[in-house]
Design a protein. Sequence first.
Length: 241
Amino acid sequence: MSFNKDRFFSLDFFNSTLTIKNLQYYDDRFFCHATNGHSFDIAYFKINVRDPLHWIQYPKSEISISPMAKFFTFYCQFAGGILDKSNISWFRNEFRLDKYRNNSYYIIQNQQLTLFNVSKIALNGSSICCQITNDGEYLSATTYVKLHSIPTEVIPRQSKSVIFFIGENGFFDCPIKGSLPPVIQYLVKKSPIRTDNSHYKAFTNGTLMIINVSKFDAGSYTCKSTLHNVTNKTTVLVEVY
């Protein structure tokens, strides 16, 4: 038998036991040869070496979900352990979810949990926990959930008109409510504005700058925000003198 600092075989003659440290995949077949000088016998045995229980991808510790989502799926991807011996349990706020329960709020399918009607089940601030047991081995991971806010409207402007003077730079602000950035589009006289040129510049805070204002810049300007198929807009009349 071979020996090294990380791995060895030890034999206990008194108890007739063989101890193997750091099993390898090729440690699958052994035999025991017993003799007393007059007779002998041989016994063969096989070891099925398996991977320890482990995560394929560790679940995220925190996620943000849109309250407008019709459903959301949590994944609990693992491998190892004895085949077909893993027991998966899902918990929400430490309360175990019944995978056999017939309801319209969640479905448990093996390594995934799908929640439906996100906006109706008070998910914000919840914790979702996945636990796996397999022949004495154990894995557990918890994901904390928050619902991000959505811009339901563009913040109304106090003034419906603004005055710019020829030759100056004009600014049209478009403040948005919500924590996620929507898609913002600017229109002048109902036509989309391209903001990648030397006359218009758009900023991430929703402000549109008109560079070197001319009399042709007079008219109605609209800021339109879109997120999750929800669209809001505000319009201002620009006068140029």
